[in-house]
Design a protein around this ligand. Sequence first.
Ligand SMILES: [Zn+2]
Ligand SMILES: [Zn+2]
Length: 296
Amino acid sequence: MSEETLRWTIGAVRMTALVEAETSGIPPQFFFPDITPDDIRGVGWLGDDPGVADADNATMAMRVQAFVLEVGGRTVLVDPCVGNGKRRNLPFWNDLSTPWLERFHAAGFTEDGIDLVVHTHLHEDHLGWDTRLVDGEWVPTFPGARHLYVAAELDWAAAPEQQAREGSYLDSIEPVLRAGLADIVAPDADLGGGLRLRSTPGHTPGHVSLEVTTGAERFVVSGDLMHHQLQAANPSLAEVGDTDAPRARETRRAFMDDCCGTGALVAGTHFPVAPVGRFEVDGPAAWRFRSVAADA
Ligand SMILES: [Zn+2]
Ligand SMILES: [Zn+2]
């Protein structure tokens, strides 16, 4: 394993984080317009995992990563990143050429071996590897997988306004629909084998998280209901992409409250450096994130 490929064993589930990119030194205002330097400097526990944030310079790191869950004989891919060669409006995601697929192979996975692709939502950094360019055409990367889409989210992604903002519908969703590899599911769908979706709207209209129960353990891949560990200390910080900021705030608070109540592990889709851990109460309407080390 490497920094770009981390693995955790949780009950009977093996979970692998496959990093597409991690960027440090980001001015936090880029993601959180209302943030102040004290929102980083005042949160001492952010220093527990060096690299998550830089208190001196008030900058932060951010990851784009997918999680692969091996559970009950199925291999489940969650949120397959930006992808290579996609024409995107955001310059840092435009026409990427990253070794994500090489990392996927090096971790022991094959395209044919993915049974299920779960999308927490349909932003362009959560579905890009669903397709790749073959002879000038975008074709599904995982031909044996069912790709899950929540109806409200798919409607939102297909709307002309959203298609104008992001080009991902035509090159990363439509080819999967055309190939008959898509299943439209409810936002609380039971996926069997201890897996279920859980509606966590606000960031986008049909945003879901993936909840896994394995023996006495419960863990959740959160998606973009949070973008960074620092939102535990200040859940009211809206992210620039939140389509309904008040609802996203409510969802964050309820999510952390619930995870504390049940002791659930959380895998933060954009969390840098140490993305898996637990929330602990750290004051009124404030939490801290305590990371859990990856397998050696
Ligand atoms: Zn998003
Ligand atoms: Zn995202």
